[in-house]
Design a protein around this ligand. Structure first.
Ligand code: ADP
Ligand code: MG
Length: 254
C-alpha cells in the first residue's frame, strides 16, 4: 500500500497541496479527477520525488508484505519514502508517466531502457542479454525494432511516446503506476491501443492511478476509487459512479 498522510507541499514558495490523505492499495485502480490547476500533476510528481516540490509536513509511506520464513508467514514492513530520491522510489515500485514527456537528444531508446532496467534490477546486463529482454516486449506492443536506435521521444508521435511508456511499464513492472493525462492529444485509435495495453498489464498486484479530464480511458479499466481534487485538496472520494456523474455534470455540481 502507498499511503499519503497529511501531506502539505510547497513549490516556488507557493503552498500547492494541502492536507492530502490518500491510500493506494495493490490490486486496486484509481482515478484522480479535478479542474485544471487543482493540483493533480503536483500530487503525482511529489509522490515520484520531484525535488522542486517540497514536503513541508506529512508523510509518504510504502507498506509491503515481507515473507519471514518458509512457512509462508508474512509481516507488513513500512518504508517511509518522504525523503527518498526518485530512483529509490522507482525501486520500490512507483512509476509516473508525465503529462508532458521530455525529448532527450543523444540518448537512444535502447540505452535508456537498458539503464532504467539495470538500475531497477541492480544488475549490469550486456547488450545481447538486454536485447533478449526487450525484443519480445517490442513485439507484444507492435513497436518496430528500429525505435531502439532513435533518440528518446525525438520526433515521436503522441501515440508512439505513450507506447514507449507502456514499454517501460512492461520492463520495470512497477506496482503503483501513475498516468498523468496520457490520453491527452491521442486520436481515437491510439487511445484504444494504449487502453488495451493498460488493460493487459493490469493485474492483482499492481495499481493504475489514472489522472484524466477526458474520461474515455477509464472506460477500459475497472476503477475502484475516485478522488476529486480542487485547490490543492481532496474534495470528494467515491466509486466509479462518480466518474460518470462528473463527465456528465462537470465539477461545479459536486
Ligand atoms: N513548480 C511550480 N511552481 C509554482 N507553482 C506551481 C508549480 N507546479 C504547480 N504549480 C501550481 O500549482 C497549482 C496546481 O497545478 P497542477 O498540479 O499542475 O494542476 P493540475 O495538474 O490539476 O492541472 C497551479 O496553480 C499551478 O500553477
Ligand atoms: Mg496536470
Amino acid at each position: 500500500m502507498l499511503k499519503i498522510i497529511n501531506l502539505n507541499v510547497e513549490a516556488e514558495g507557493k503552498h500547492i497541496l494541502q492536507n492530502i490523505n490518500l491510500s493506494f492499495e495493490e490490486g486496486k485502480n484509481y482515478c484522480i479527477l479535478g479542474k485544471n490547476g487543482s493540483g493533480k500533476s503536483s500530487l503525482a510528481t511529489t509522490i515520484m520525488g520531484n525535488p522542486k516540490y517540497k514536503v513541508t509536513s506529512g508523510k509518504l509511506r510504502v507498506t509491503r508484505k515481507k515473507n519471514l520464513d518458509t512457512h509462508h508467514s508474512s509481516r507488513d514492513t513500512a518504508v517511509d519514502i518522504t525523503a527518498l530520491p526518485a530512483n529509490e522510489r522507482a525501486q520500490l515500485g512507483i512509476f509516473l508517466a508525465f503529462q508532458h514527456i521530455p525529448e532527450i537528444r543523444g540518448v537512444k531508446v535502447f540505452e535508456f531502457m537498458k539503464s532504467i532496467y539495470d538500475t531497477k534490477t541492480d544488475t549490469k546486463t550486456s547488450f545481447l542479454e538486454f536485447k533478449k529482454i526487450i525484443e519480445p516486449l517490442l513485439k507484444e506492443l507492435d513497436i518496430d525494432k528500429e525505435f531502439l536506435r532513435r533518440d528518446l521521444n525525438v520526433g515521436f508521435s503522441g501515440g508512439e511516446r505513450r507506447k514507449i511508456e507502456i514499454l517501460q511499464i512492461k520492463l520495470l513492472q512497477p506496482t503503483y503506476i501513475f498516468l498523468d493525462e496520457v490520453d491527452s492529444g491521442l486520436d481515437v485509435d491510439a487511445l484504444n491501443t494504449i487502453a488495451k495495453h493498460i488493460k493487459t498489464i493490469n493485474h492483482r498486484k499492481n495499481s493504475f492511478i489514472i489522472i484524466t479530464h477526458l474520461f474515455k480511458i477509464v472506460d477500459h479499466l475497472p476503477i475502484d476509487t475516485v478522488y476529486v481534487m480542487d485547490d490543492g485538496k481532496i474534495i470528494r472520494t467515491g466509486d466509479h459512479k462518480l466518474i460518470a456523474k462528473i463527465s456528465k455534470e462537470g465539477f461545479e455540481k459536486l
